[in-house]
Design a binder for this molecule. Sequence first.
Ligand SMILES: [Zn+2]
Length: 236
Amino acid sequence: MNPAGLAGTQRLFLSAALLCFSTSGLAQTVLSATAQPAGMELRKQEIAQCLPGEISTWADGSDRAALAPSLTFIYDNSAAPVWFDRSVVMGALQKAAAAWSECGVPARVVPQADAGGETVGAIRVQWSQTGSRNNFGLADVGHRALWLGPGAFLMLEKVNPQAGPATLQMVVSHEMGHFFGLMAHSRRCVDVTSYYTNPQGQSCLVRGGAAMPKGVEYRAQLPTACDIARCRALNP
Ligand SMILES: [Zn+2]
């Protein structure tokens, strides 16, 4: 993720309601398929357990309650990249929704074709280069829109097609988190709501002050224990 891009987006729209997941995380993603260096065991522990006082954010947004007491996401597959079958994207959305529901705000995902009269108040998930502003994903909380970026995924498909499904899961989980009220990005590298460095050159945090392993995607694909703990605190 490009922290400069994130900060720019937030400045541009003067609101933390619009947040993105940019293409510059590609470097990590590209390398993650093969490398498993030391430190990945610690990553597993950081995903599974949130220690007291460990939650930390970049303070780049104002956290709040979820958009609604329960969330419905409607998935429109019409502009999806051809190599992502509808069932793959639906699967990623449903996994993310189920994982975030652990925070106490139930969420479900409905295909556009089955949405019927459920569209009022629902969050639309759509593919659009314009809507995503060339990012992998973008959460426009105010307009109840979660955009996925075909161009970013096309670029990834060219350089490392194996990374596509994992990246899709991460992007979907990250953007969905904003609708649960997590507007500030986590400073814990491992959290799905994180980004790695800010424009001032500060880095995200690994437990115990360890260095983040290089050449891997350290960020989780689904909300971590600390992501969920933050979400629960916002939605008591
Ligand atoms: Zn974000």
